[in-house]
Design a protein around this ligand. Structure first.
Ligand code: ZN
Length: 340
C-alpha cells in the first residue's frame, strides 16, 4: 500500500551538466559524456533505493530535456536550426527544433539508460516518455500543418520505443503530458486518443503525468493567474477515466487543485503529488501523510501511489535527496496511520 515513486526527472550532478537549469549544457562530449550519464544514472538509482522509494527510475540523466531527449533520435527534425517559440500557450519562450519532413525513428532512443537501470535495480522500474500533445507544443511544425496529425505521427514513434522499453524489462511506462493542463479541449478531442496510440499493445503498467510544470519562475508566475481553484483536471480526467491508461500522476500538495477532482478518475491508480517541486522547503513526514489522508477521502487506499508533483530536475541535488527521503518517510507514516 502507498507505493512511492517520483514523477521522473532528478537534478544532474555538476560534473555532468550545468545545474539548476531546464535546458542545461552538457559538460563533456562523446564517450566521456556517455560514461558520465551512466554514472549519474547509477548514482540516482542508489539514492532512490537508499531513500526507501518502492519504484525507481533513471532520473532522466541521459536527456537534456524531457521532450528534446526523445526528438534527438527522430528523423524529419532539424535540430541544427532551432527557433524561438512561445510554448505552453506562450507561457515562456523556448529554443525548439523544427519538423521539416515525415517523422521516423532513427533507432532506439533510450535503450542505453533503460537497460543500464534494469541491470542495476531489483525494484520496479518506471520509465518516462514525453506525451504526443506536449511534444507537439515543444517543436516548430514546418511540415504537417495540423497538430492532431503530427501528434498521431509522434504517437506511433513513441509506441515503437515504448514496446522496446517494455522488452528491456521496464515495469511502468509513463507519458508526460503537462500540455493537458494548458490545452484541455485538444486533450479531450485528440490528446487522450494519441496517448492510447502511444501505449498500444503494452502489457506493462501505463501511466500519464499531468502537472502545472517544473518549479521555474515562468510556471510559478502562471500559477498565480489561475485563481483560487485550479479546475483544469476537471475537463481531462473524465476522458482519461474512460481510456485504457492505468495510472494518473497529478499535482496536489501546495496546489489549488480541489482534491475532489481525483474522484473523476474512477478506477484509475492515482499518483498523488505529495512533494512540492516549486519550494526548497523539505516536507515533513507528517505533511506528506496529511496529503495522503486528503487523497483517501476521494480515492480507495489501494489505488493511491504517493509521488512528487513534478520532476525535480531544476532543483539542487541536496534538496532533491531530502525530498526523496521525505516522500518515503511520509508514506511509511501514512501506512501506520491509515493501514489495513
Ligand atoms: Zn510535471
Amino acid at each position: 500500500m502507498f507505493e512511492t515513486a517520483i514523477a521522473g526527472s532528478l537534478p544532474k550532478p555538476a560534473w555532468l551538466s550545468e545545474t539548476e537549469k531546464l535546458w542545461p549544457q552538457w559538460k563533456l562530449a562523446g564517450p566521456e559524456l556517455q560514461q558520465a550519464k551512466a554514472d549519474a544514472t547509477l548514482l540516482w538509482i542508489k539514492a532512490q533505493e537508499d531513500a526507501g522509494l518502492d519504484v525507481v527510475g533513471d532520473g532522466e540523466q541521459s536527456r537534456q530535456h524531457f521532450v528534446h531527449g526523445f526528438l534527438e533520435q527522430v528523423d524529419g527534425i532539424d535540430f541544427e536550426n532551432k527557433v524561438t517559440m512561445g510554448i505552453r500557450n506562450n507561457r515562456y519562450d523556448a529554443q525548439v527544433p523544427q519538423v521539416i519532413a515525415p517523422l521516423k525513428l532513427k533507432g532506439r532512443v533510450h535503450a542505453f539508460e533503460a537497460q543500464l537501470a534494469r541491470a542495476h535495480t531489483k525494484k520496479k522500474l518506471k520509465f518516462t516518455l514525453p506525451g504526443p500533445l506536449t511534444i507537439v507544443d515543444t517543436v516548430a511544425d514546418r511540415f504537417y500543418g495540423d497538430k492532431k496529425k503530427m501528434a498521431f505521427a509522434f504517437a506511433e514513434l513513441l509506441n515503437q520505443e515504448a514496446l522496446a522499453l517494455q522488452a528491456d524489462g521496464v515495469d511502468i511506462i509513463q507519458f508526460d503530458e503537462p500540455g493537458f493542463n494548458v490545452y484541455m479541449q485538444d486533450a479531450v478531442n485528440w490528446g487522450v486518443q494519441a496517448l492510447e496510440i502511444a501505449a498500444k499493445g503494452l502489457t506493462c503498467t501505463t501511466a500519464v503525468h499531468i502537472c502545472y510544470g517544473y518549479g521555474i519562475k515562468a510556471n510559478n508566475d502562471w500559477k498565480e493567474t489561475l485563481g483560487q481553484e485550479w479546475r483544469q483536471y476537471a475537463q481531462v480526467f473524465p476522458a482519461l477515466a474512460a481510456s485504457s491508461i492505468q495510472q494518473v500522476s497529478l499535482e496536489c500538495y501546495h496546489s489549488h487543485v480541489p482534491p475532489d477532482l481525483m474522484a473523476l478518475l474512477k478506477d484509475k491508480d492515482v499518483m498523488v503529488g505529495v512533494i512540492d517541486v516549486a519550494s526548497e522547503v523539505i516536507e515533513t513526514p507528517e505533511q506528506v501523510a496529511d496529503t495522503i489522508g486528503i487523497a483517501l477521502q476521494h480515492v480507495p487506499k489501494h489505488r493511491i501511489f504517493p509521488c512528487t508533483n513534478c520532476g525535480l530536475a531544476p532543483m539542487s541535488r541536496e534538496v532533491a535527496v531530502k525530498k526523496l527521503e521525505a516522500l518515503a518517510q511520509g508514506a511509511a507514516l501514512a501506512r501506520q496511520r491509515y493501514g489495513v
